[in-house]
Design a protein around this ligand. Structure first.
Ligand code: ADP
Ligand code: MG
Length: 873
C-alpha cells in the first residue's frame, strides 16, 4: 500500500494520538489500543527505561519508524505506580465508547491525569500516610499556602509569612507543589523549593489571578461568598486554594463533591514546630534513615485503621495549645484507660473498618467500584455497634463523637439491597446486583439461564437422534453456538444441519433452532449486563449524594480510633495523664524517653525528673557530662513529653505537670547533624538566630551542643551569650546539653539557671554510665576516664590528668601561652614524651626487629609472653 511510503501522512489513530498528546504537555500519554496501553515516541523511550518494557516500533518498514512500548490494560495500576515514583506524570487516554458499537475509529479521551499529588488509588498510596497536593502563592505581604488531600477531600488555606513557608512544607511534606511559573516573586522561591527535592508543577500565572481563583472556588462549592468558611475573599491563601482546585479539576476530570469545605488554617491554634525541630526530634521520621521506623510516631501508633493512623500523625504534627481542647482529649483517653473491656471492643470493631475516607472520595469522584461500595456498606454495618458502645460515656469528647456518629443507615440499606454479597471489581463483570432487586433483571437472568439449560438438553436430544455419541455444543466469538461432530461421524450428520466450518478432525454445524436460542441467550446476557451497569450507576450516584455525611462519619471513626489507640498505648507502656497548666513550668517525675523506653527491654531505661520554671526551679538547665552519658536523650525527652501531652496523649512518667508551650525548639550542634551543603556552622547559627528572634516566655528550647561547629573559645562565647539572652530577655524554658564545662560557671551570674550532670559510677579503671541526671556540675575529668576506658595507654592518661589540673588552676602564662608542666623523666630513663605527641613504647622497636620466620611457634609464644610482661611493667 502507498501509505507506508508517505511518511508524513498519519493514520487517523495516530492523528488522534498527536492531538491528545499536544493537549497534555508534560505528561506521558498512555494511549489505550485494544487490550493495551501504548506509549509512542519519547514517551515510549522513557517508559521502556522506567518500566523495563521492550521498545518496538510501529511502522517498521517506513524510513522513520515510530518508537512504541506498551503494557496490558489490567496492569495499569502497577505501571502507573512506577511512573509516578520515578517522578513522571501520566495522562490516561481511554476508549470512551464501546469498540463493538463504535462506527469508525473508537473515540478516545484523556480520562485522568495522574500526578504525585493527585493520586487516589489505594494501590498507589500508603494507607497510613496523607498524600498532599499543595499550592503556593506569593502575595504582597504574606504567602498563600493551600493544601488538599484528594483521597479524603481535606482542604486548607493559610496566609503565612514567607519565613514560615519552609516549616509548613516540612510539616505537610506535600507530594506535589504548585507554583506560578511567572518569574516575578516566585523567582527567589523556586530555587529554594527545588533544593528540597520536591515535585514541583509550574502553572501559568493566570491560574493564580485572584478573580479567577475566587470564581473557581465559589463555583466548586456552589456558594455566593466564602465568608461562611471564615475566609476573607482576597487573601493569598484563597488564591492558592483556587489555583489548586483548578488544577485538580483539570487533572481529575471527575466530580470532586467530596471536597466540601475549605478550612482556614491559622497559626496560634497549634503549637508551632519548625522544620529543624521536627527533624531533630524525629517526630514522624528519623534523621538518619528518613523512614517512619524509629520515629516517635511509629512508637506511639497503636491505631487499628488507616484513617486513625493518618489522624494520629496529624495530631502529632499539630499539637494543641488550648488547655480546654487538650483536656477534652485527655479526658476521653483517661476514660478509655479506665474501661479496658470497652476500649478492646471498640478496637475490635475499628479493626474491621475499611478506609471510609478514601472510599468516600472514590464515591464522590464517581470512581467507586462495586467492590468499593460493598466495602462501604460493610463498614457502615459496623457503626451501630460502635455507637452503642459509645453511649453513656462520661467524657464530653466521647459523648460528642457518639452524637456525631451518623450511621448513614439509608445509604447502607440502599447498597445492601442492591449489591450482591461479593460484588466484583469491575462493572463489566456482571454479578453486581442481587437477585430480586429488579424484576426486569431477574427475568433476563432467567432467560439466559434457561437458554443454557435448553442448550444442554438440545445436545442430549441431538445425540440421541443422530446416534453421534461425541456430538457436542460449543461456542465461539465468530459464529456463536455450534454443533461439533468428529470427522469419523461425518456420515451420520442429518440433512438439516448447516455446515459452518471444517477443521482437520471436526466439522461444525448450526441449526435454526440453535440460532434462535442463541439469540435469546446472548441478548438476555447482554441486556442483563447493561441493565446491571445502569442499576449500579444509579446506586453509586445516589450514594454520592451523601458524601458529606459519609465524610463526617469517617472523621468520627478516625478519632475514636486515635483516642482508643492512645488509651491502649498509655496502659501498655505505663503512661500517666499529664496535668496541663498555663504556667511556664515543666515538672516531670521519673520521665522516660518514649522511643528508647519502648525499644529497650522493660525496666532498663533509667527514668529522670525534668524540673524547670515555677518557684522552686530555674528555667534554664545546663547539663554537662561525658559523651554517651545520656544528655541528648534527657533533653529531648522533655520536648517529646511536652509535645505528646499537647496532642492529648498520656506521657511516660510517674507524674507530670506541663505548662503549655507555644513553640518548641530543638537544635542540634553542627557536628551532630548531617551537612546540608551549607557550612554546618552557618546552619547552626542561622537556626540559633531564629530561636533568639522568635522564642517567647512560653516556649521550650532544647539546645544540644550548640557552638560545637567552631573553635572552642568561639563556641563557648557564643553558647554563653545565647544562654544569657534566653535567660534574661526571652525567659524561655531552656535545656542546654554541652560538653563545654566552662558553661557551668554561667549559673553564678544567672539567677534562674542551674547546673545538672549525668551521674557516672567509677568502677576500677573504668566508669559506668548511670544515665541519671543529678543537680550540680559534672566532674571535669570524665573525658580522661573515657579515654582510659577506650584503651588509651596509661602513660598518656596520667599525663592528661596532670595537664588538666594545671589548666584548671591557671591555664595561661603572662604571654598568653598555655602553661603545661614539663613531663618528668621515666624511671627507666627511656625516651621522653614531648607534649601531645605520643611516641612508641620501646617494646615496639623490639617487635619490629623480631625475625618471626626464623622462630619456632613455641619460641614465638615465649617471646610474646615476655613482651607483654615488659609492657605491663
Ligand atoms: P550524650 O548526648 O550524653 O552523648 P545520649 O543521650 O546520646 O548521650 O545517650 C547515649 C546512649 O545512652 C543512648 O543511645 C542510650 O542507649 C543510652 N541512654 C541514654 N539515656 C539513657 C537512660 N536514661 N536510660 C538508659 N539508657 C540511656
Ligand atoms: Mg549528645
Amino acid at each position: 500500500m502507498a501509505s507506508s511510503k508517505d511518511a508524513t501522512k498519519l493514520t487517523p489513530m495516530m492523528e488522534r494520538y498527536m492531538e491528545v498528546k499536544g493537549q497534555n504537555p508534560g505528561s506521558l500519554l498512555l494511549f489505550r489500543m485494544g487490550d493495551f496501553y501504548e506509549l509512542f515516541h519519547e514517551d515510549a523511550e522513557i517508559a521502556s527505561k522506567v518500566l523495563g518494557l521492550t521498545l518496538t516500533s510501529r511502522d517498521k518498514n517506513s524510513a522513520n519508524p515510530t518508537a512504541m512500548a506498551g503494557f496490558p490494560y489490567h496492569a495499569l495500576e502497577n505501571y502507573l505506580h512506577k511512573l509516578i515514583r520515578a517522578g513522571h506524570r501520566a495522562a490516561i487516554c481511554d476508549q470512551v465508547e464501546d469498540p463493538k458499537t463504535a462506527k469508525g475509529l473508537v473515540k478516545r479521551e484523556v480520562t485522568q491525569v495522574v500526578t504525585p499529588g493527585t493520586l487516589t488509588d489505594e494501590a498507589l498510596l500508603d494507607p497510613r500516610e496523607s498524600n498532599y497536593l499543595a499550592s503556593v502563592f506569593v502575595g504582597k505581604k504574606l504567602v498563600g499556602l493551600s493544601w488538599l488531600e484528594l483521597s479524603t477531600g481535606r482542604f486548607f488555606a493559610a496566609d503565612i509569612e514567607l519565613s514560615g513557608l519552609a516549616d509548613e512544607l516540612a510539616r505537610l511534606r506535600p507530594a506535589e507543589l504548585l507554583v506560578s511559573e511567572s518569574p516575578a516573586r516566585e523567582e527567589e522561591l523556586l530555587p529554594k523549593l527545588e533544593l528540597r527535592d520536591m515535585f514541583i508543577t509550574k502553572r501559568p500565572p493566570w491560574s493564580f489571578a485572584s478573580d479567577n481563583c475566587q470564581k473557581i472556588l465559589l463555583k466548586h462549592f456552589g456558594l455566593k461568598t466564602l465568608e461562611g468558611f471564615d475566609l476573607e475573599p482576597d487573601t493569598p491563601g484563597v488564591v492558592a486554594a483556587g489555583a489548586l482546585i483548578e488544577y485538580v479539576q483539570e487533572t481529575q476530570k471527575s466530580s470532586l463533591s467530596h471536597i466540601i469545605r475549605l478550612e482556614p488554617w491559622r497559626q496560634g491554634r497549634n503549637l508551632i514546630i519548625d522544620e529543624a525541630t521536627r527533624a531533630s526530634l524525629e517526630l514522624t521520621r528519623t534523621l538518619r534513615g528518613g523512614g517512619r521506623e524509629g520515629s516517635l510516631l511509629e512508637v506511639i501508633d497503636e491505631t487499628v485503621s488507616p484513617m486513625g493512623a493518618r489522624l494520629l500523625a496529624d495530631w502529632l504534627s499539630n499539637p494543641l495549645v488550648d488547655i480546654k481542647q487538650i483536656d477534652a482529649r485527655l479526658d476521653a483517653v483517661e476514660e478509655l484507660t479506665q474501661n479496658l473491656p470497652l476500649t478492646r471492643d471498640l478496637r475490635d470493631e475499628l479493626s474491621k473498618v475499611y478506609d471510609l475516607q478514601r472510599l468516600t472520595a472514590k464515591v464522590a469522584t464517581l470512581r467507586a467500584s462495586p467492590r468499593d461500595l460493598g466495602c462501604l456498606a460493610r463498614t457502615l454495618a459496623l457503626l451501630p455497634k460502635l455507637k452503642a458502645q459509645l453511649a453513656g460515656r462520661k467524657s464530653d469528647q466521647l459523648q460528642l463523637l457518639e452524637t456525631d456518629l451518623d450511621l448513614c443507615a439509608e445509604v447502607r440499606a440502599d447498597i445492601e439491597t442492591a449489591l450482591t454479597d461479593e460484588p466484583p471489581l469491575l462493572t463489566t463483570d456482571g454479578n453486581m446486583i442481587r437477585d430480586g432487586y429488579n424484576a426486569k433483571l431477574d427475568e433476563l437472568r432467567e432467560l439466559a439461564k434457561g437458554g443454557k439449560a435448553w442448550i444442554a438438553k438440545y445436545q442430549a436430544e441431538e445425540m440421541e437422534r443422530t446416534g453421534i455419541t461425541n456430538l457436542k455444543v460449543g461456542f465461539n466469538r465468530v459464529f456463536g453456538y455450534y454443533l461439533e461432530v468428529s470427522a469419523a461421524n461425518r456420515d451420520k450428520v442429518p440433512e438439516d444441519y448447516i455446515r459452518k466450518q471444517t477443521l482437520k478432525n471436526q466439522e461444525r454445524f448450526i441449526t435454526p433452532q440453535l440460532k434462535e436460542y442463541e439469540e435469546k441467550v446472548l441478548r438476555a446476557e447482554d441486556e442483563s449486563k447493561s441493565l446491571e451497569q445502569e442499576l449500579y450507576t444509579a446506586l453509586r450516584d445516589r450514594v454520592a449524594k451523601h458524601v458529606t455525611r459519609l465524610k463526617n462519619t469517617a472523621e468520627v471513626v478516625a478519632e475514636i480510633d486515635v483516642l482508643a489507640a492512645l488509651a491502649t498505648l498509655a496502659v501498655a507502656q505505663g503512661y500517666t495523664r499529664p496535668q496541663m497548666t498555663d504556667e511556664p513550668v515543666l515538672d516531670i517525675r521519673e520521665g522516660r524517653h518514649p522511643v528508647l523506653d519502648k525499644l529497650q527491654p522493660t525496666g532498663e531505661f533509667v527514668p529522670n525528673d525534668s524540673l524547670l520554671g515555677g518557684d522552686n526551679h530555674g528555667r534554664v538547665q545546663i547539663i554537662t557530662g561525658p559523651n554517651m552519658a545520656g544528655k541528648s536523650t534527657y533533653i529531648r525527652q522533655a520536648a517529646l513529653l511536652t509535645l505528646m501531652a499537647q496532642m492529648g496523649s498520656f506521657v511516660p512518667a510517674s507524674e507530670a505537670r506541663i505548662g503549655v508551650a507555644d513553640r518548641v525548639f530543638a537544635r542540634v550542634g553542627a557536628s551532630d547533624e548531617l551537612g546540608k551543603g551549607q557550612s554546618t556552622f552557618m546552619v547552626e547559627m542561622t537556626e540559633t538566630a531564629r530561636i533568639l528572634n522568635t522564642a517567647t516566655d512560653r516556649s521550650l528550647v532544647i539546645l544540644d551542643e550548640i557552638g560545637r561547629g567552631t573553635s572552642t573559645y568561639d563556641g563557648i562565647s557564643l553558647a554563653w551569650a545565647v544562654t544569657e539572652h534566653l535567660h534574661d530577655v526571652l525567659k524561655s524554658r531552656t535545656l542546654f546539653a554541652t560538653h563545654y564545662h566552662e558553661l557551668t560557671d554561667l549559673t553564678s551570674t544567672l539567677k534562674h539557671a542551674s547546673n545538672w550532670n549525668v551521674a557516672v559510677h567509677e568502677q576500677g579503671d573504668g566508669i559506668i554510665f548511670l544515665h541519671r541526671i543529678v543537680e550540680g556540675s559534672a566532674d571535669k575529668s570524665y573525658g580522661i576516664h573515657v579515654a582510659r576506658l577506650a584503651g588509651v595507654p596509661r602513660d598518656v592518661v596520667e599525663r592528661a590528668a596532670v595537664i588538666l589540673k594545671t589548666l584548671e588552676d591557671d591555664h595561661l602564662d603572662e604571654t598568653g601561652k598555655p602553661t603545661v608542666p614539663v613531663r618528668p623523666a621515666r624511671k627507666d630513663n627511656a625516651r621522653q614524651l614531648s607534649l601531645f605527641v605520643v611516641e612508641d613504647h620501646p617494646v615496639f622497636d623490639e617487635i619490629r626487629q623480631l625475625k618471626i620466620e626464623e622462630m619456632t611457634p613455641l619460641a614465638a609464644l615465649e617471646e610474646l609472653n615476655r613482651l607483654r610482661d615488659e609492657l605491663n611493667k
